[in-house]
Design a protein. Structure first.
Length: 336
């Protein structure tokens, strides 16, 4: 079915559709043709970031366009749709990050609010079952994740949080300073300046939103922190640097994708996506170091987490009392 859809698009849309279709599914196609060893050979030393999918995929979506563009300028990355079968064959340890994209939902329409317990396994879509299975596994493995739109909502559900109907679809949002999504949308020099001076302002950006549900403000879920200022509609939240979620399509404002996008919104969302890739790169760097030095993987990731926790502690100090935050150099502490 996947190939039939892809080939139909190639016939209808020509070489451009073929480029997107083949790039998006190349990893799965290698697995179909060459098995696990051929797939591992194809991956090589690249930093593998999986876009979770149930096997059908989207061939003309902004996420694939953004991924293709990113790989053209960052050749150490391999960003591809992956199915549950491919993940199980390769093992979670083969991945340096996962993207949980938007998806067609089967949420209960007859409830004001609902949790994962209100969605019996047999009533979930295949992609929703995959999302709810993978979020706890990636959390345990300490692999960075980025939830986009519906993928963000499933982070809430996986953390025992609640969702509700949302009729408001604001296209302009504010990211709070000294929270992780805001920090990720800053460029390198802005990050260092914010950490050193405890001075930064909210980022007001245009975003692309399509979904009719959102997280319940006071029921985000275990260890999730709100990062946006949009009244009763949580549009950004996170658990440290390991699980980041935005209730909008940041990939749709990736550089060069949206026609007539305002420069600031495009730059900030491109930077947010690039910072996620950098977190995946950081993850792989520590794993590679552990292998090279015959160190336990868990101990290496604990060192990584300690580095990142220092930044999180500083951001919290700046949020709570910027005037009294200690002044120090941070250029050696941002490790991604």
């Amino acid at each position: 079915m996947r190939k039939k859809i892809g080939y139909a698009l190639v016939l209808l849309l020509g070489p451009y559709a073929k480029l997107i279709a083949m790039n998006g599914w190349e990893l799965c196609d290698h697995y179909d043709r060459s098995g696990i060893e051929g797939t591992r050979s194809y991956i090589g030393e690249k930093i593998l970031i999986g876009i979770l999918d149930d096997g059908l995929g989207l061939y003309m979506d902004d996420l694939l366009r953004a991924s293709t563009s990113a790989m053209s300028t960052q050749p150490d990355l391999l960003i591809a749709y992956v199915t549950e079968a491919v993940i199980e064959a390769l093992g979670l340890d083969a991945f340096s990050g996962f993207i949980f994209p938007g998806c067609a939902d089967k949420y209960p329409r007859n409830r004001v609010t609902f949790t994962a317990q209100d969605m019996p396994e047999h009533k979930r879509s295949p992609k929703e079952r995959l999302f709810q299975k993978l979020y706890p596994l990636t959390d345990s493995a300490r692999i960075p994740t980025l939830g986009l739109c519906g993928g963000a909502q499933h982070l809430v559900l996986s953390r025992q949080g609640a969702l509700r109907h949302s009729k408001i679809k604001s296209e302009r949002i504010s990211l709070d300073p000294f929270h992780v999504p805001h920090f990720m949308a800053l460029n390198g020099s802005e990050r260092i300046s914010a950490l050193e001076s405890c001075a930064s302002t909210e980022l007001v950006i245009n975003v692309y939103r399509t979904h009719s549900f959102c997280a319940v403000l006071d029921r985000l879920g275990h260890n999730l922190t709100l990062a946006s200022k949009e009244d009763q509609t949580p549009l950004a939240f996170y658990d440290g640097f390991k699980a980041i979620a935005v209730q909008f399509h940041a990939e749709s404002y990736y550089q060069g994708i949206k026609a007539n996008a305002d420069a600031s919104s495009e730059a900030r969302q491109t930077q947010l996506v690039h910072t996620f890739f950098a977190l995946c790169r950081q993850h792989q760097r520590y794993i590679t170091w552990a292998k090279t030095n015959h160190e336990d993987r868990s101990e290496a990731l604990t060192r990584r987490d300690s580095m990142n926790q220092k930044i999180l502690d500083r951001l919290k100090a700046c949020r709570e009392n910027a005037l009294h935050a200690a002044q120090e150099s941070w250029s050696d502490w941002v490790d991604f």
